[in-house]
Design a protein. Structure first.
Length: 405
């Protein structure tokens, strides 16, 4: 992963050469840092609204005239403000981003007329996607608060505009930001110039994660476009590379080889589409299976087989050749993610803000150190914990005891 770092007393930044240019301002302002429910999502949707120097219309016109795109993204860890554009317009887009951070007006009329409708559309889309609904709810059941905070703003808990302003003043801080840029030249000096007046309020923090577990069931939206779904997961506050390797070993019904379902344990399940996933965070992991099929009974049967596959690893371990293949796939997928635009932003943003950035060689070395015994132990330790089970569909979807958990 090609990267050069430019740092000074007020700036944490990373630069990667590329043909197109981008600037990303990454804050520790994801949902795990919320002090009011839904406030991070509201702040994300306030990006590129009226500022002291530019109206939202002017921002759109200036970006379009320069052939650029402005957008904001939210994860449980980070809020990222981004601009993608043609080389030669660095000053314009950096000044646009600085305006958003330093002088957004947070107008009440924009909140009512633009921000709230955007949030409602996001929530509605999530509620009509069983997989998104299941995974988001599973985080809440698993971790309750912090990592358990939803990525969406519930309409039954409206966010007060004053809380948004308070949250923005806390997280839009010089101690709490990293700057990531791509293009034909490093722009760290320009970033320093435009963001030099950023206030210093201290790096935000969230409570240490704790895993709980539990069950939740939802009815399936009857719009004819979704299948019954289950998400079966276990959390741990001792994350390791073995969990990623375990997920790759168990696999799913996709393969790197065209027209092949692969040879992983989950690929042999015929009743539904089953995938092993591992959500990695700085202080916790959520490991589990997504199960989708056309009937409740098929989801139940596929879920039972997926749990049995995990138990088999805990009981018998993994053959050495299968472990080597899982490690190789873990290394490949991580390298691919780290080299992607989204992965590069996520990994470098978190690492720079929190001073724990790992090199590619370090991460790949952690995968190489995974052994048969460590994968077996990881599976066994997960199964000792209370399961997190979220189902979206009918009454015949499985309960935890029906999965022998």
């Amino acid at each position: 992963m090609q990267r050069s770092l430019a740092r000074n007393s007020n700036l944490k930044s990373a630069f990667k050469p590329s043909l197109a240019s981008s600037v990303n301002v990454v804050f520790n302002a994801g949902t795990r840092f919320e002090d009011s429910q839904g406030v991070a999502n509201v702040l994300k949707n306030f990006a590129f609204r009226d500022t002291e120097n530019r109206s939202s219309l002017r921002q759109v016109r200036e970006a379009e005239a320069a052939g650029g795109v402005l957008y904001s993204t939210l994860t449980r860890d980070n809020l990222t403000l981004s601009a993608d554009f043609l080389p030669g317009h660095e000053d314009l887009f950096i000044s646009l981003l600085a305006d958003v951070v330093k002088s957004t007006k947070f107008n009440a009329h924009e909140y009512k007329e633009s921000v709230k409708p955007a949030i409602e559309a996001e929530v509605n889309a999530a509620q009509h996607n069983p997989l998104i609904q299941a995974i988001d709810t599973a985080h809440t059941i698993a971790f309750r608060r912090g990592l358990g905070n939803s990525l969406f703003s519930a309409s039954e808990n409206p966010v007060d505009l004053q809380d948004v302003k308070k949250f923005a003043s806390k997280v839009y801080s010089a101690d709490n930001v990293a700057f990531l840029s791509t293009g034909q030249s490093d722009v760290s000096s320009t970033l320093s110039s435009y963001f030099s007046g950023l206030t210093t309020t201290g790096q935000v923090s969230s409570d240490k994660s704790h895993y709980f577990g539990g069950e939740q069931r939802f009815n399936l939206a009857h719009d004819g476009h979704a299948n019954p779904t289950a998400f079966i997961a276990w959390g741990t506050t001792q994350p390791s590379a073995a969990h990623s390797v375990l997920a790759e070993f168990l696999g799913g019904q996709s393969s790197n080889i065209k027209w092949s379902r692969g040879t992983s344990p989950l690929s042999a399940i015929d009743e539904g589409d089953v995938k092993a996933l591992n959500f990695e965070y700085s202080d916790a992991n959520l490991f589990g299976f997504t199960v989708e099929s056309n009937t409740d009974q098929n989801v139940k049967s596929a879920s039972q087989k997926a749990v049995a596959a995990l138990k088999a690893v805990a009981d018998k371990g993994v053959e050495s050749d299968k472990l080597a293949a899982a490690i190789a796939k873990s290394k490949f997928n991580y390298t691919l993610y780290a080299d992607s635009a989204q992965g590069w932003k996520q990994l470098n943003g978190n690492g720079l803000i929190n001073n724990n950035l790992k090199s590619l060689d370090q991460v790949l070395g952690e995968y190489d150190a995974v052994s048969t015994s460590s994968v077996q132990q990881a599976a066994a330790e997960l199964l000792k914990n209370k399961v997190t089970l979220v189902t979206v569909g009918g009454r015949d979807l499985p309960y935890a005891d029906e999965l022998h958990l």
